[in-house]
Design a protein around this ligand. Structure first.
Ligand code: ATP
Length: 316
């Protein structure tokens, strides 16, 4: 199997330790933690023993080194991460509100992640890849959409596969006609779609779960896996539907659950596991992630997932 690859931002996340609104006063903070949704996804694939690499950029600073060393330690291919001497690594400051919503202060566009380019190392990684994972959020960052589009074309022409997590906010799509167009192009070549919540309807462009699923399957998407947070997940394909309940855990930090879930489902399927087993492992990976503070801290190996499933017992 050629590596699973993606392109996108690498950040550190620094979180407020108290629940509240915004950052308008000095606060106790925790971090830096390795982050960036594409990096979390690739780290999780690598932790499961899958071959995985990311096209990205960091600054020549401690935040960049922290990320590179974590990805290297967990077994990811870091050859296509550019280290830029004149740009800082991207940052995300996050604070949880009492209702569970999050306030963010991002620096992505003016960080190394805003400078991700198609380098020789990136081309080489793409030429070896067997699967491309596309994140809708990547289309909001200059240059990454084109890298992903090129990678998808190359990998598909060699018989590889594509997964798509349309994690794009509605507002963004409404504002940027181009994002809607790029999403349509990606959906036309997607094998595995990984939406959560309203993203399903955003992707289909129509109302209602059943109608949306039907419309998306008729585009030729072979598997749709809907993430339902604490309610678990559902699988839809031409041959039917499976629902898999969540594991009962105490949620400490939800960031990263969707990426660890998606990476685990994809890797299980690429390793030949059934949709049912893949859903169970993915639910376990998502649940284990929300029990840990820091978005990448809950990334799990199969041994850790097996132990988690044994200890947490039956699903809710
Ligand atoms: P995010 O964008 O915050 O990373 P998401 O919206 O893409 O996440 P979720 O549905 O929140 O994805 O989470 C993915 C999966 O993780 C769920 O389908 C579920 O299996 C698991 N999960 C998430 N939250 C919980 C929870 N509180 N308890 C148990 N499992 C959870």
């Amino acid at each position: 199997l050629g590596p699973t690859i993606t392109a996108g931002e690498i950040l550190v996340e620094i979180m407020a330790t108290s629940v509240g609104t915004g950052f308008l006063e000095p606060l106790p903070l925790l971090g830096p933690f390795p982050s960036g949704a594409p990096a979390i996804f690739i780290d999780q694939v690598a932790k499961l023993g899958g071959s995985a690499g990311i096209i990205s950029a960091v600054g020549a600073d401690d935040f960049g080194t922290l990320n590179i060393e974590r990805l290297r330690r967990d077994g990811a291919d870091i050859s296509a991460i550019d280290v830029l001497p004149d740009m800082p690594t991207g940052t995300a400051f996050v604070r949880y509100r009492p209702d569970g919503a999050r306030d963010f202060v991002f620096n992505i566009a003016k960080s190394a992640s805003g400078q991700i380019r198609m380098t020789d190392a990136a081309r080489q990684l793409i030429s070896r890849a067997g699967h491309v994972h596309v994140m809708g959020s990547a289309f909001a960052i200059t240059g990454i959409g084109q890298i992903l589009t090129d990678a998808v074309a190359d990998v598909k022409s060699r018989g590889g596969s594509v997964s798509f997590d349309p994690n794009v906010r509605k507002e963004l799509i409404a504002e940027h006609g181009q994002a809607r167009e790029q999403m349509r192009e990606i959906l036309a070549v997607t094998d595995l779609l990984l939406p959560s919540g309203e993203e399903l309807e955003v992707a289909s462009g129509i109302k209602g779960e059943e109608a949306s699923i039907g419309a998306l399957l008729s585009l030729g998407i072979s598997e749709i896996v809907l993430k339902r947070g604490a309610l678990g997940s559902s699988y839809f394909a031409k041959d039917g539907r499976l629902d898999s309940p969540a594991f009962a855990v105490k949620e400490v930090d939800p960031t990263g659950a969707g990426d660890c879930f998606g990476a685990t489902y994809l890797t299980c399927r690429r390793l030949g596991k059934s949709p049912e087993d893949a859903l169970r492992y993915a639910n376990a990976a998502g649940a284990r992630t929300v029990t840990r503070q820091g978005p990448m801290e809950g990334a799990s190996s199969f041994a850790e997932l097996d132990a988690f499933i044994r200890e947490t017992g039956s699903e809710t």
